[in-house]
Each structure stands twice: as structure tokens, then as C-alpha cells.
Design a protein around this ligand. Structure first.
Ligand SMILES: [Ca+2]
Length: 410
């Protein structure tokens, strides 16, 4: 390639300002040999570094979630962090599960020796029936097999992999850090902290203890600690946890007709707010006042992604969703991402990182304009300066990030 071609290509990529800079450089130097390579554009992230990819429950799109195998696969796919959700066993060991109720994520319901453990418990104010991690010792938990929960995902690995402890996940990540020289980290979440505290199985002290034992209790450690309950994060900060922390921000659903998020219990507010009589909704957290409050105890927010790009459908004259893809159904696949909210900018102004959840490949989860391409979903978020994201398919997130890096000449 000639230098002339480099200049033309750069002009196309950079737009007027970048091309003008290159032309000025060429004019000053007076020779082709002085031409600089295309100028890299800056990241819009809070710390001006590339956005991180978090393997959500591991590579949970392809292997049963929250298993060593799923975390290892996420790391192999290029994830910067792996995300263990934490619940406690009867003997007080932190294990990786999305819910205290392990009915849907394990084969426990098919094991006759545990049939009598089936029970009903109130989780965040809602009665749930099934098998609960807190009724099993770690030794018993280790006899279970993990299963994949999404019917569209591969089932052939069901029952083959065990439920890992937090310690086993830390050991995996440390081994992979050494083997790859990559800066891989963990992104643990305290799950239903109030529920566990009421059982006498508080998660916070146990998590701090594990992080201390790993020599990772610092701001520069490869650790983000996350929770939906502010009280859990505040407790850990008060007890000496120095890692970066992220306040998760949920909602119940979206109304495709209005493009607005909806708030129904138990996804209306953090459960510790419900217990303490605080009647605000999760939506209070994304206001300037809410962000300023989060900044007093956390380093970032983890919003559900429609807080950044609201999703809305087109309506016909009768007020019904238009079946834009012509499949006879009127649903998410017919809706579109709307103009972005100011949340990323507002959070950055408050000094907070923004890590959005959750990105998934399945066609039923993609809006109309994405044209069935899951990579395309990530790009507007990266371009807005999102600091990181959670994906069930870290390889897709990395592929999209590579596309984005090329846009920035990086
Ligand atoms: Ca449709």
C-alpha cells in the first residue's frame, strides 16, 4: 500500500478532523516517510480504557452456567472477567448459583435421595417451592450436576459438571492469569443478601474473607463486587472491603408500547429498601441524586441495558404493535432501540463506571433493526462510552469490541 492510499483510507476512517491532522503532518514533513499512522480515536469510557467484557455466569450461552467449565470457556473466549453469583450452603460455604433455589439450575429434582428436601421458602417476599442451597452441605452440593436453563441452548452437557465454590473459581482465575499473562478478574455478586442474613448465613463476611485470602483486597485488584442491595455493598465497605464495587440497577420489564421500564415486585426496588420501608424504585438510582448517593459507597453502576437504550415498538392506528418482521407475532423482535438516555454521561459526570447487562445471542432477544445479528447489538453501547458489559456469549462481545476498536483505529 502506498502512503497516498494510507492518507485516503485515513480520511475515510477519521473524518475531517483526523484527516486534516494527517494532511498537516504530511505538509510539515514534506515527505512520505514522515506520515504518521492513522491517529487513534479516544475511548469515551470513564477511565479512557477499552470497555471490559464480563462472562455472565461464565460462557453460559454454550455451557451450564456457573460451572468451572463455563468460566474456563469464557476465559478462552477472551472475557476480561468471569461473573460468579454467590449463595451460601448450609455449612456456610459460598458457591456459585444464580438463585438460592437450585431447582432449575441443577439435576436435584431427579435425585430420590433428596426428594424430602423439597420445601417452600420466602425469597424477597415471594414464596418459592423447590430445593435450596442453604438446606444442603457443600458435600451434598458436590453430588449434584449443573444443567443449562435456556431451552434454546445445548443440553448435552447437563449433569456433567459440578457446582463450584468461590474458592475454586478464584483458583481457576489465578491459574489462568499465570498461564496466559492476561489481566483476568472475578466479578462476584452477593445474591439475595437480606435472605441469607435472615438465615444466619450472611454473605458479606464470607466474601471479604475469601478476597482477603486471595490477597485481592485493593482497588487495583482484578475484582469488582456487585449487588442489587445497597446495604450489602455498604456493609462490605464498612467492614474493610477495598475492591471496586458496582451497584446493580434492575426493573421488572419493559412496556414495548411506551418504551418505558415497568416496576413490579420483587423487581421494583432493592429488597433491603423494601424491608427498611424505603419506597423508592430502582429508577431513583439513575437520577443525578441517585447517582451521587451511589458514588458515596460504590465505583460504578450495573444497569439493565434498556436504561441506556430504551426499547419501543411501532404502533398501528388501533394502538397494537406492528408485526414488522411479518412472523405473525407482535413482540420484542418487532421493536427498536430508541435514542439513548443520558445515563452513561450522567454516571460518568458523577465519577461512576457503567457496566450494562445482559447481552445474549438468541434471535428472540434481538430487536428488529439488528437484522438477526447479535454483534450489531453491542456497537451502539460501545460507541456511547459504556465501560463494560455482561454477556452470555463473551466471544460475540469480543468480536463486537474488535469491530469497535477498528472504528477507533486501535
Ligand atoms: Ca413479529
Amino acid at each position: 500500500m502506498t502512503n497516498r492510499n494510507i492518507t485516503q483510507q485515513a480520511r475515510l476512517k477519521l473524518g475531517a478532523i483526523g484527516a486534516a491532522t494527517l494532511l498537516a503532518l504530511a505538509a510539515c514533513g514534506g515527505g512520505d516517510s514522515t506520515l504518521a499512522p492513522p491517529v487513534s480515536m479516544p475511548f469515551k469510557t470513564l477511565n479512557s480504557t477499552q470497555p471490559i467484557v464480563v462472562g455472565h455466569r461464565g460462557a453460559s450461552g454454550v455451557l451450564p452456567e456457573h460451572t468451572i467449565e463455563a468460566y474456563a470457556r469464557a476465559i478462552d473466549m477472551g472475557a476480561d472477567f468471569v461473573e460468579p453469583d454467590l449463595v451460601a450452603t448450609k455449612d456456610g460455604v459460598l458457591i456459585a448459583r444464580h438463585e438460592p433455589n437450585i431447582t432449575s439450575t441443577t439435576n436435584v429434582a431427579s435425585l430420590p435421595q433428596f426428594a424430602s428436601r423439597r420445601t417452600t421458602k420466602k425469597v424477597d417476599g415471594v414464596d418459592e417451592t423447590g430445593w435450596f442451597a442453604s438446606d444442603f452441605t457443600l458435600a451434598e452440593i458436590k453430588t449434584l450436576g449443573a444443567v443449562i436453563t435456556d431451552a434454546e441452548r445445548p443440553k448435552q452437557f447437563d449433569g456433567l459438571y459440578k457446582i463450584p465454590t468461590l474458592q475454586e473459581i478464584i483458583d481457576l482465575v489465578k491459574a489462568r492469569r499465570t498461564a496466559t499473562s492476561r489481566d483476568i478478574g472475578i466479578y462476584p455478586e452477593t445474591k439475595h443478601p437480606t435472605f441469607h442474613r435472615q438465615l444466619g448465613l450472611g454473605l458479606e463476611d464470607r466474601l471479604i474473607s475469601s478476597i482477603n485470602a486471595a490477597s485481592w483486597n485493593s482497588r487495583t485488584a482484578p475484582v469488582f463486587v456487585q449487588s442489587f442491595e445497597p446495604g450489602s455493598l455498604k456493609e462490605m465497605r464498612a467492614k474493610g472491603l477495598n475492591t471496586r464495587m458496582v451497584q446493580l440497577i434492575d426493573a421488572d420489564d419493559y412496556d414495548l408500547k411506551t418504551g418505558k421500564l415497568t416496576y413490579a415486585a420483587p423487581y421494583d426496588r432493592p429488597y433491603d429498601w423494601t424491608v427498611s420501608g424505603d419506597t423508592r424504585l430502582f429508577s431513583a438510582m439513575v437520577t443525578p441524586a441517585g447517582l451521587a448517593e451511589i458514588k458515596t459507597y460504590a465505583d460504578g453502576i450495573g444497569p439493565w441495558k434498556p436504561y441506556i437504550l430504551p426499547i419501543r415498538a411501532t404502533l398501528d392506528a388501533a394502538g397494537n404493535i406492528v408485526d414488522r418482521n411479518g412472523d405473525g407475532k407482535r413482540d420484542y423482535n418487532d421493536a427498536s432501540a430508541q435514542s439513548p438516555t443520558t445515563l452513561i454521561d450522567d454516571a460518568h459526570k458523577a465519577g461512576l463506571l457503567v457496566h450494562a447487562y445482559t447481552f445474549r445471542n438468541e434471535q428472540r432477544r434481538l430487536t428488529f433493526e439488528l437484522n438477526k445479528d447479535p454483534v450489531a447489538e453491542y456497537l451502539p453501547y460501545y460507541r456511547l462510552g459504556l465501560d463494560g458489559l455482561f454477556s452470555d456469549f463473551p466471544d460475540t462481545a469480543i468480536a463486537a469490541r474488535s469491530t469497535y476498536l477498528k472504528e477507533l483505529n486501535r
